[in-house]
Design a protein around this ligand. Structure first.
Ligand SMILES: Nc1nc2c([nH]c(=O)n2[C@H]2C[C@H](O)[C@@H](COP(=O)(O)OP(=O)(O)OP(=O)(O)O)O2)c(=O)[nH]1
Length: 134
């Protein structure tokens, strides 16, 4: 048996005033997931979060809002045979959310009653249950 390989990612929990959670669907893929992604060489988590959010959503991270939440391991949504080791951060953003060409859809969902859509395992099994608690 081949052990599945693991990708390290950073993921953002971004909520609006109503407690809804922002999810993205990356270009050409079907699963909705947290904004974020892989770290570039030499990058730390916060730098990667800021870059990914700016690239995906066209807005800026509020530096003082960034708070580590938990680390989670899940089956990778878009890469068969891989798992993700995700560091999840609470993040507030400033500026208008304007999804880039990398993103096919960005949606706000109620974590307590997610719509019937394809959710990435990390989002479905870990992030939304955490969001419901707090
Ligand atoms: N951002 C994010 N990625 C997730 C989540 N859950 C999950 O399985 N992933 C997977 C999807 C991708 O395989 C990987 C994130 O990498 P990425 O967004 O930087 O990668 P990508 O395929 O868009 O770009 P590339 O750098 O490989 O070209 O982690 C999640 O909640 N958020």
């Amino acid at each position: 048996m081949t052990a599945s390989r693991t990708i390290k990612i950073v993921a953002a929990l971004i909520r609006d005033d109503a407690g809804r959670v922002l999810l993205v669907r990356k270009r050409g893929t079907s699963a909705f997931m947290q904004p974020g992604g892989k770290l570039d060489a030499g990058e730390d988590d916060i730098a990667a979060l800021s870059r990914e959010i700016s690239e995906e959503l066209g807005c800026l991270v509020v530096p003082a809002s960034v708070r580590p939440l938990e680390a989670f391991d899940a089956v990778a949504a878009n890469e068969p045979g891989f798992r993700v080791a995700a560091s999840l951060y609470h993040v507030d953003v400033m500026g208008a959310i304007a999804p880039s060409r990398e993103i096919d859809e960005a949606i706000w969902i109620d974590p307590a009653s997610p719509p019937d859509i394809h959710l990435a395992p990390l989002t479905r099994d870990h992030v939304l249950p955490l969001a419901v608690q707090g």
